[in-house]
Design a protein around this ligand. Structure first.
Ligand code: EPU
Length: 419
């Protein structure tokens, strides 16, 4: 298990290139199961979650090749059973359900367990499959889905906490090969859903409306191979913008989609930072300590839950009182107790973190608990006085490509130590 050691308070400056999106790449790789032909996916980030997905595809019978960010998958034949030993490593494995159901008319996938960011049910995914005519049975820790025929239908994916991103992906991937027209109401509008729909359309699917709450899918008989480049990772980009705000002179991101980051750049603007760019770049200009802010996470285009922990780290040293309310995963506050060990003054009040800005954080040994919480601790370490030691770094490697090397390239005093 590696650790990351950061000596804080070194200014960051320079340019950093944003990698392909994890949350786009995972369902897009799963979608390659929908055809016998080869598919070529470019700018696939080198992350352990991607590695798990490729293992699952291989287990399901696909030939997978990978060379410098380009992954070729050919699934001439597939088997439709994904067992626990493979699926348990990553919750996003559930997104093979849709393509298996679409292609094989059946799928058995071990149910994902709980996760530190909270309860993560898949009832909305199953609601979608049932609407298409599938029978769903949960037994022995597995979900088994059977649909001798799949028929287009209208289904709403609205749940207690809003819509579902991977649920929208899953229903879309099953519906592309259903008979007739499927309408997904209350669909997730995230850019990653649009990226998947674009890839599916390149494969011959007929999907309209992705990026809006109403997606219309006209089923086709079969799909063919396609090439696709994954969109830039907006959460990695947002994390580097916060790094620039915290410890920057000027940090410039390249290969970024500014239009996917409006909620984040607006929030940073409200904290007093100027973020501007064009032509695939975005720069953040430092402006001292942030102003306080009241923030709520929301489905896209609202402020992303995947940036909530990083904003808590930033606001820990804001002037005055801030509040951060988590509306998607109300328990996603594992970073708070670790930030408090670094001197942050944060109280949890249900799903709201009340943050009383302090002048300084101090370095401390801390424990990474999940991907974005870990990113928040790295950010806090950049601004803290002294040395921060982050344990359980494998959480970071699930979703950030070379985070330590990229930060070192900007001037951070950061090193990875093999334990
Ligand atoms: N939910 C249900 N029933 C369902 C599905 C979801 O009640 O059937 C609830 C969830 O418990 C949660 C809310 O609906 O309260 C939204 O969950 P969603 O299904 O949208 O999450 P997801 O699709 O499983 C993706 C990302 C997450 C990101 C969320 C929200 C991937 C691989 N994962 O998860 O990313 O937080 O959308 O935007 O795309 C991360 O990258 O760190 C990460 C956790």
């Amino acid at each position: 298990m590696d650790k990351i050691i950061i000596h804080g308070r070194h200014a960051l400056a320079g340019t950093v290139k944003i990698s392909g999106s994890k949350n786009s790449a995972l369902p897009i790789l799963a979608a390659t199961l929908l055809t016998e032909d080869p598919c070529v996916i470019q700018r696939v980030p080198d992350l352990s979650d991607v590695h798990y997905m490729l293992q699952i595809l291989t287990h399901l019978g696909a030939d997978v090749e990978r060379a410098s960010g380009i992954v070729t998958v050919q699934a001439e034949k597939v088997n439709s059973i994904a067992p626990y030993e493979i699926v348990r490593k990553m919750r996003a494995s559930v997104c093979v359900l849709g393509p298996l159901l679409g292609r094989e008319r059946e799928a058995t996938v071990s149910l994902p367990g709980g996760c530190v960011i909270g309860d993560r049910p898949i009832d909305l995914h199953l609601r979608g499959f049932e609407a298409l005519g599938a029978a769903v049975r949960v037994h022995g820790g597995n979900v088994k889905i059977l649909a001798p025929s799949l028929r287009g239908a209208t289904v709403s994916l609205k749940g207690k906490f809003g819509t579902t991103v991977l649920g929208t992906d899953n229903v879309m991937m099953a519906a592309v090969l259903a008979e007739g027209v499927t309408i997904i109401e209350d669909a997730a509008c995230e850019p990653e859903v649009v990226d998947l729909a674009n890839f599916l359309n390149k494969m011959g699917a007929k999907i309209q409306g992705a990026g809006t709450p109403r997606i219309v899918i006209e089923g086709v008989k079969e799909l063919h191979g396609a090439e696709h480049e994954v969109i830039p990772d907006r959460i990695e980009a947002g994390t580097f913008l916060v790094a620039g705000a915290i410890a920057g002179r000027q940090v410039t991101l390249t290969r970024v989609r500014a239009d996917h980051l409006t909620a984040v750049t607006d929030a940073l603007g409200s904290c007093g930072y100027q973020v501007a760019g064009g032509n695939g770049t975005l720069a953040i200009h430092p402006n001292g300590a942030p102003k306080s802010l009241d923030l709520k996470t929301q489905p896209y285009p609202g402020f992303p839950t995947d940036m909530q922990a990083q904003m808590c780290a930033l606001l820990a040293t804001a002037k005055g009182e801030s509040s951060v309310t988590e509306c998607i995963f109300p328990q996603r506050f594992m970073h708070v107790s670790e930030l408090k060990r670094m001197g942050a003054a944060i109280e949890l009040d249900g799903a709201t973190a009340r943050i009383h800005g302090v002048e300084n954080l101090s370095g401390a040994p801390v424990m990474a608990s999940d991907l974005r919480a870990s990113a928040a601790l790295v950010l806090a370490g950049l601004i803290a006085e002294g040395t921060t030691e982050i344990n359980r770094v494998y959480h970071i490697d699930r979703g950030y490509e070379m985070l330590d090397e990229k930060l070192a390239g900007l001037g951070a005093q950061i090193e990875r130590v093999k334990v």
